[in-house]
Ligand binder design. Sequence first.
Ligand code: SAH
Length: 343
Amino acid sequence: MKNIKDFSLEKLKEEMKNLQEKAFRAEQIFQWLYQEKVKSFDEMTNLSLDLREKLKQNYTICNYNIIKKQESKDGTKKYLFDTLDGNAIETVLMQYHHGFSICISSQIGCKMGCKFCASTGIDFVRNLTTGEILEQIIAVEQDEKIRISNVVFMGIGEPLDNYENVVKAIKLINHPKGLNIGARHISISTSGLVPKIYQLAEENIQCTLSISLHATNNGKRSNMMPVNNSYPIEELLKACKDYIAKTNRRISFEYALAKDNNDNLEDAKELVKLLKGMLCHVNLIPINKIENGKFTKSSNENIMRFRDYLNDHGIVSTIRRELGSDIDAACGQLRRKNINKNS
Ligand code: SAH
């Protein structure tokens, strides 16, 4: 059966026509799904019993079960959701002074193989559907009785490797009759799938693009991120420049600092050379240690020195707050879980 949250409003109108129903029923259903956030067709009380019955026969409403919810001492919450097929994904809720931010997953597992990231230590299983991506936001809003203001695609998976579903999900998150979250409050982070960056530039969505750069030369970057063998730094930056030219949006470069690897002043100098003149911002991430990972966190002193060097040389740079590391909810610590094996 089809998940009703996989449909855009236009597509759901077509579905209604196929069911011999009026198109405006789709708008009513949207209201129930995305404003009221109901969990069943029976709760859609302004629809006839007959229509509710038809909906039940043709569609499911994706409702995640919460398998586990953990709370960090900094208030960050990590959810383990049952994807209803024996797998589970993680979603993280963070509170900032400007509101709630959610970090969502786009795939079950990940193919990218970044050496410093826990999400990659297990096999790729499948893409999440549009509705499954959205459901993370809806389930957390319902559980916490809050309204989320920022969405980041920085959980498990490579969003641009699940391009179509992710773009559809962004449109629904942003749609006034969907979750109605401003496009500028939605960020996508990619390890650098160059052809997809060109494609995204054509979509005319005002979301923020973050690029996991992490190193300034191909030797070092390939050592951390195998994707660099397919799409080296020069090609990646060319795609970024095209993205900026087409969208006029500032790109955010993520740079995870690992001790004795990419955190000395020489690296900072190289980074300035690479990014000089681009409409961009650098987000420095103190690398989080993962099980069996060979990279360890830089000292605070090195991190601040790195940041100051960039800022002093015309590259705006900030250090990402470390949230939720005590519950393995920080960057790179999320993992796909198999419920049965409890791994
Ligand atoms: N696949 C996407 C999004 C997921 S990760 C991507 O690669 O961008 C979100 C960010 O956390 C990325 O910049 C990623 O490189 C970074 N990250 C992964 N593991 C990390 C770790 N152990 N410590 C700090 N940041 C990490």
